[in-house]
Ligand binder design. Structure first.
Ligand code: FES
Length: 136
């Protein structure tokens, strides 16, 4: 064995990493980035106007999309963190509200009114031309 090969092996053993672990790292990183799902705006007529919102299933996940400005859209898991009712966006006061017990969330998903105590899960979302791209 060459001295450099011996050095790599000693490094791996010393660090507690195996070659298999190192080879698996890119796969883990790719999963962490999530899956990008593109939906044509033509199929989301309600999102063409600021204040529009829609809940739909993307890749087997229920997603609430909110058109919050002329240039942006936000995406949430619409399952309330209190007792799992489905929340909806209220354009009047720009809050996400739960019909079951009155919890309210801001457009970052943070709780602004209980009884929920945990934020809504959010997903990265963007407008790209005539598409909404959500990373799940
Ligand atoms: S389930 Fe949403 S506030 Fe209770």
């Amino acid at each position: 064995m060459s001295s450099s090969g011996f050095g790599r092996r000693r490094f791996l053993l010393g660090s507690g990493l195996s070659l298999g672990t190192l080879l698996a790292l890119p796969t883990v990183a790719a999963r962490a980035e999530g899956h990008k799902v593109a939906v044509p705006l033509a199929k989301l007529e309600v999102l063409k106007s600021v204040g529009g919102s829609i809940a739909l299933k993307l890749k087997d996940k229920l997603v609430l999309l909110v058109r919050d400005s002329a240039t942006s859209v936000r995406a949430f898991n619409p399952i309330c963190t209190h007792r799992q009712c489905v929340v909806a966006f209220s354009a009047n006061d720009r809050k996400i509200k739960c019909p079951c017990h009155g919890s309210q969330f801001d457009l970052d998903g943070h709780v602004v009114h209980g009884p929920a105590s945990r934020a809504l899960e959010t997903y990265a979302a963007e407008l790209a031309g005539e598409q909404v791209i959500v990373t799940l």
